[in-house]
Design a protein. Structure first.
Lengths: 524, 324
């Protein structure tokens, strides 16, 4: 454990700097995880009263750096300077004590506790008897909600709020610490246009108060309203840092992507004419909010060889739509699904697989793979009947089948017996693809297939998707990355609050039009 | 990073190494340890725990736990003994069904499988945590054992049945043969069958297993039923050995069984481990008990030492797997 006064003066400046610079600085930070080098010597400086927008694609290492600054885990090498003095954070609590708080992209709220309880979790006001002072708790929470213009009773359980409102609660919590530096990790990924405007006004007030803000985003349109400086990362490396006024949109895109978009998306497939999957009036009742729907009256179809892109913000119901299609919510779902013209009843993943569906889930490690098991064991998991006779495994067949996919998908692994947890994210994703291709699917559902993998692996995944489409597979791909969806989809559907709000053929879609259709409350 | 798989292999040898060291130390400390007679004695003594622990390994690999094996052992043994001695009276039909030895054995195993199946149903259909489901069964099966026996041992079961526990073949005790045969069968089951592979997948990542279309509830049901059946086999061996089914048979055996599985390197969170490791775990506990007895260590100290060994084994295992 680091003592609470761990941000004492470092050995370099024993007397302390004469003129401390009010700034938070990360210098030469490196961090590796098994199978991936997440950060490789990056820098970031945010000054008091300014907003530094940290830009980069998924997998650039932005979130890793934020976790380091917030004390979630330590860097392998490099140092963090607060007002010019080196500091070390043992955990988020010490980071917060030093004046740094973070709004995580993933919601870190306890659903059964109320808004007020969540905001003040761990530092609840108490009465003189040591009991919780609910009057004060709710009063202070109400004041924060008013500042954020969220119209909700602070006593409402957070689980009953829509995802966007939950994100506002998360923001309220970070603000309530009155920290000197606030890190915002894609805070606008689920909120309405109105909520975004409120957030931007809040950011302005915070800056006037002298708060320094690190703002992670890949929505460049937001920057003119809030940004003072920009910093760009790519593939875990530091690329550039400059004042916002001295850069342009084109330059920022070039710095982020590092190459022409065309190079990244090798699009050669063209859709066939034969319809493979038709979904009619698919709905999913919300598991927690009675009377509400997570997916509402969604209808679409996919043709042979077509790549259908499905875009939506966080909480739009993308994953829920896939889960419903895959038979994970038989009690809550309604609607019809037919495959190659035949109506099918999909009431379990087993039935879905038998009908010719395959789902590569968003959470690769949590849902896609058995990390302890080998490449071969994962590849054959869904089709083990092919590699066994009378229940007895035939290792020869299993290895031959796996070897075929390892070659076809160019999976880089030292051996077929390597546990998949030691593979890089990109190769893990390929193993998930191999598992599903081995079941001989007609429709491949891909949920965020490139999340958390580096840019070269992404390119390989795009190439594979293109190859699969060319071989006649119908592909439905959910993505929250616009360039990706624009680059490889033949057709794009937009989902907002569980409904389809727009459809664009390839070529007719623009980032602005898609984003507009995706924002909650913009229903036509 | 390629170091890690090697470390894993090393971790598996840890328990083997511990066993070898123990055997060497005890051979030096006591002239009576490394004799054919004593070794066979150890093997016979652990055969009960081996049977229980085979089932326990499957249950733990699947991500569960079975606290009821001791009680299931007692009830299965008591039912087999009661049927063999008194037959089954069916007053409605005015019938008394007599049981042969094989008939009683089959009935005992069916009782075990049935009780295990009920555990499986509690876990899969009623979504009870395995700890709670089998804790309930621990009490229920013990209660039924008391009811069935009236609280008194059932004795005088005859020589044919008794040979199951006391007989020899080629100089090796029958229980050792039986447990060795079961070990071979279950090594095959876990390593060479689809069921075994699915079992590891369910324990390793249940969510991924469901999404891959595995019949997870059926696999779990099967695992608990097998666990119950193996507990019944252990119950038959105990009963035959003592020529008596006592209502308190198998009291606390679940703890030795879980200890053997854990010492053998099987992860309590499921998905990682092996039958071979469990056999090593049983051997380590057996040799430890035997050695401490030969060295005249007080039985009270024996318990303390066993506990320390369990903690040390799991701590080493944790340190091995926390490296990443």
């Amino acid at each position: 454990m680091t003592p609470p006064d761990s941000h004492r003066i470092g050995p370099i400046s024993p007397m302390g700097p004469i003129n401390p610079i009010p700034a938070l600085e990360a210098r030469n930070i490196a961090k590796s995880f098994p199978g991936v080098r997440a950060l490789d010597g990056v820098h970031l400086t945010v000054r008091s009263g300014r907003l530094n927008a940290l830009l980069g694609e998924n997998g650039a290492g932005k979130s890793t750096l934020m976790n380091i600054l917030a004390g979630v885990f330590p860097p392998d090498t490099g140092e963090i300077l607060l007002d010019g003095r080196p500091v070390q954070f043992a955990n988020p609590r010490t980071a917060r004590a030093a004046g740094i708080s973070i709004i995580f992209q993933e919601l870190n709220l306890v659903p059964h506790l109320s808004i007020a309880e969540n905001i003040f979790l761990g530092r609840e006001p108490r009465t003189r008897l040591g009991l919780l002072d609910y009057t004060r708790l709710n009063r202070e929470a109400a004041a924060l909600l008013a500042e954020l213009e969220l119209d909700a009773d602070p006593r409402t359980p957070v689980g009953r709020l829509r995802v966007g409102a939950q994100q506002v609660v998360e923001i309220a919590r970070a603000v309530s610490f009155r920290s000197r530096f606030i890190i915002m990790d894609e805070p606008t990924s689920a909120i309405t246009e109105h909520e975004i405007a409120v957030l931007f006004r809040l950011i302005k007030r915070l800056k006037e108060r002298g708060t320094g803000i690190i703002y992670i985003t890949h929505k460049l349109d937001e920057l003119p309203q809030i940004a003072d400086d920009i910093t760009v990362f790519r593939d875990g490396r530091f690329i550039a840092a400059k004042p916002f006024a001295e850069t342009s949109r084109e330059e920022m895109v070039r710095l982020m992507v590092g190459r022409e978009l065309k190079e990244l998306f090798p699009k050669t497939s063209t859709p066939g004419t034969e319809e493979v999957l038709r979904v009619s009036n698919l709905s999913l009742r919300h598991p927690e909010r009675a009377g509400d729907f997570a997916v509402r009256d969604v209808s679409f179809s996919v043709r042979r060889g077509e790549v259908l892109g499905l875009f939506g913000l966080m909480g739009a119901g993308r994953t829920e739509l896939f889960h419903t299609l895959f038979g994970l919510h038989p009690e809550l779902a309604s609607g019809e699904i037919s495959i190659e013209g035949q109506p099918v009843s999909v009431r379990s993943p087993r039935a879905a697989i038998a009908a010719g569906l395959a789902l590569a889930p968003e959470d690769r490690k949590g849902e896609g793979l058995v990390l302890l098991q080998s490449v071969a064991e994962n590849t054959t998991l869904a089709c083990l009947a092919q590699c066994s006779r009378g229940g007895i495994l035939q290792p020869g067949r299993e290895l031959a089948l796996t070897r075929g996919y390892v070659e076809r998908l160019r999976i880089r692994t030292p051996s077929l017996h390597q546990a998949v947890r030691y593979l890089s994210g990109g190769n893990q994703q390929k193993v998930v693809l191999a598992k599903w291709l081995a079941t001989g699917p007609k429709v491949l559902l891909l949920d965020e297939p490139t999340r958390g993998i580096d840019i070269n692996a992404k390119k390989e995944i795009y190439t594979l998707i293109d190859e699969l489409a060319r071989s006649g597979l119908a592909v439905v791909m959910v993505s929250s990355e616009l360039p990706e969806i624009l680059g490889i989809a033949d057709r794009i559907l937009v989902l907002a609050e569980g409904r389809l709000t727009a459809e664009f053929p390839r070529g007719a879609a623009t980032e602005e039009a898609i984003l507009h259709a995706a924002l909650p409350g913009n229903r036509n | 990073m390629n170091r890690h798989p090697c470390l894993e292999k090393l971790a598996r040898f840890q328990s083997l190494l511990a066993l070898v060291l123990m055997v060497m130390a005890l051979s030096l400390a006591s002239p009576n340890f490394l004799t054919v007679e004593n070794i066979l004695n150890v093997l016979r003594q652990i055969s009960i725990n081996v049977c229980l622990s085979l089932g326990m390994t499957l249950v733990i690999l699947s991500g569960g736990i079975d606290l009821s094996v001791g009680s299931v052992l007692a009830l299965s043994g008591a039912v087999a003994a009661g049927l063999l001695k008194n037959g089954l009276a069916l007053p409605w039909f005015n019938l008394l069904v007599q049981f042969t030895v094989p008939g009683a054995i089959v009935a005992g195993i069916l009782v075990g499988a049935f009780l295990g199946g009920l555990n499986g149903l509690s876990v899969t259909s009623f979504k009870l945590p395995p700890f709670v489901a089998t804790l309930g069964m621990l009490s229920i099966a013990r209660g039924f054992t008391m009811l069935w026996t009236g609280g008194f041992p059932v004795t005088g079961l005859g020589d044919t049945f008794g040979r199951l526990g006391t007989g020899h073949a080629l100089g090796i005790p029958t229980p050792v043969w039986i447990s060795a045969l079961l070990v071979v069968v279950f090594i095959g089951l876990t390593r060479r069958t689809r069921f075994g592979r699915h079992l590891y997948a369910v324990g390793g990542n249940e969510r991924a297993a469901i999404l891959s279309g595995l019949a997870v509830p059926r696999i779990k049901l099967m695992v608990y039923a097998l666990g119950g059946a193996l507990a019944a086999v252990a119950g038959l061996l105990v009963t035959a050995r003592l020529d008596s089914a006592t209502p308190n048979a198998g009291l606390g055996y679940e703890l030795d069984s879980i200890a053997a599985v854990v010492i053998g390197g099987t992860s309590l969170s499921g998905g990682r481990g092996s039958i071979f490791g469990t056999v090593l775990g049983c051997l380590i506990i057996g040799v430890l008990n035997d050695g401490l007895f030969l060295l005249n260590v007080s039985p009270f100290w024996q318990q303390v030492i066993k506990g320390v060994v369990i903690l040390a084994a799991v701590a080493m295992d944790k340190m091995g797997s926390r490296k990443d």
